[in-house]
Design a protein around this ligand. Sequence first.
Ligand SMILES: Cc1cc2nc3c(=O)[nH]c(=O)nc-3n(C[C@H](O)[C@H](O)[C@H](O)COP(=O)(O)O)c2cc1C
Length: 130
Amino acid sequence: MAKAVAEGAKMVHGVEVELNYYASPETLGAFDAIIVGTPTYHHDINMDVKMLFEEAAVRNVNLKGKIGASFGSYGWSGEAPKMVYEIMKNKFEMRVTEPPLLNKYTPDQKQLENCKEFGKKIAERLMDTA
Ligand SMILES: Cc1cc2nc3c(=O)[nH]c(=O)nc-3n(C[C@H](O)[C@H](O)[C@H](O)COP(=O)(O)O)c2cc1C
């Protein structure tokens, strides 16, 4: 899903995309837009993603006004991307425009196209407001 989202974002002229499996809180400030992927495990966010935001909050990393978005695969409840959306919006005051993109289990070709479209839309939004 992440690769497809990144691929979609790269289609927008002028947008540079970095796809990271891990991120440190300090590096987040360098980006204009942050798209986070997390599966839902035990009705919760992936631990690394949770720690990333916890540490960013503790270190007062300023993400206000940056574009934010979230996505993830899930099995039955799929809370995690919605929780990330809320954290971005309410805690960090990021601009979250697209609703979280959820995918039940492994995405098929059509769903990967949706991921691509999702990344493209967010990159377009970024260029519109740049
Ligand atoms: C231990 C375990 C707990 C899970 N808990 C949930 C859950 O609470 N809600 C949900 O929607 N899916 C749950 N799932 C399903 C995963 O979200 C789903 O398989 C997802 O695609 C996993 O992504 P991954 O393959 O990238 O780890 C769980 C899966 C496992 C193995």
